[in-house]
Design a binder for this molecule. Structure first.
Ligand code: FES
Length: 288
């Protein structure tokens, strides 16, 4: 197939709006940050879910919370920076409304007025106002969030094949040594497709050729379409996919997974033995 998507879908405003609603705001888990970004209470990062600016923060109870980075008053950004440490609360710079680490509105400037004048209406309730909150889940040190209460558990959402790949790569504690942000002035689908476009990678990126990662030259290391030696082969021996994954992720355990794509029947042999198991990657999904 040369192309099955008309180019207008990358520029059509109605399509874009529908994508925001059905994908980013739908029953989808969106990646937010690493748990290592928010290790202690008050540590936070700012990011986006689709167009929605989001604060992700470690609460005082140790749980991770995520809420819209928009003040309930006039919609100003609550947190202006990329992230921070040891925050006790968040205060909007515009009119100083204050939110706790769970995104609850805790303080309203001049709520009682001044000198007996003004103030909020008597029936104003802070708990009825606040930024939108997101459901959160963690898996192998990754933090995800969803705006939908219909989203399945993160493990079911990702599925065995993707879980296996994540556990294979993220099987050791993560230490953040830097951060790099790149703004791409294009439709979001182009980046998504580029990541899946392995055709260009072997031609354009020196890394792939150097380490012989393209299928035609692959001699070891990791698979272009994966890197997980679990699944069908082991399952055929009577083990569950989860057992197969654990077995294949033992240190030095060679495993291969013939991975046919697109109905071509052509096998892509994935990589061999991992350097560590999947301990600590059980995934603790937490919701609010
Ligand atoms: S916009 Fe945030 S306090 Fe007014």
């Amino acid at each position: 197939m040369v192309s099955g998507a008309p180019y207008w879908v990358y520029q059509d405003e109605a399509t874009y709006r529908l994508e925001q609603k059905m994908i980013f705001e739908g029953p989808v888990w969106n990646y937010l940050c690493l748990e290592a970004d928010v290790t202690k209470p008050g540590d936070y990062r700012t990011t986006f879910v689709g167009e929605m600016p989001v604060i992700v923060v470690r609460g005082e109870d140790g749980e991770i919370y995520a809420f819209e980075n928009r003040c309930a008053h006039r919609g100003a950004l609550i947190a202006l920076d990329d992230g921070g440490r040891n925050a006790k609360d968040f205060q909007c710079v515009y009119h100083a409304w204050t939110y706790d680490l769970k995104g609850n509105l805790k303080g309203v400037a001049f709520e009682e007025g001044s000198n007996g004048q003004g103030g909020m209406p008597r029936d104003f309730r802070k708990e009825q106002h606040g930024p939108g909150k997101l459901y959160t889940a963690t898996l192998c040190g990754l933090v995800f969030a969803s705006l939908s209460d219909n989203v399945p558990p993160i493990e079911d959402y990702l599925g065995e094949a993707i879980l296996a790949r994540i556990e294979r790569v993220l099987c050791k504690p993560i230490r953040v040594i830097g951060r790099y942000t790149q703004a791409l002035p294009n439709n979001w689908k182009l980046y998504e497709e580029n990541v899946k476009d392995t055709y260009h990678a072997s031609l354009l990126h020196l890394f792939f050729g150097t380490f012989r990662l393209p299928p035609l030259t692959q001699g070891g290391g990791g698979g272009q379409l994966g890197g997980v030696g679990c699944g069908p082969a082991a399952a055929a021996k009577g083990r569950s996919a989860a057992e197969a994954r654990r077995a294949s992720c033992r240190p030095g355990s060679p495993a291969r997974w013939p991975f046919a794509r697109g109905g071509t029947g052509r096998p892509y042999w994935a990589g061999t033995g991992g350097s560590a198991g999947a301990a600590g990657c059980a995934g603790a999904a937490g919701r609010r």
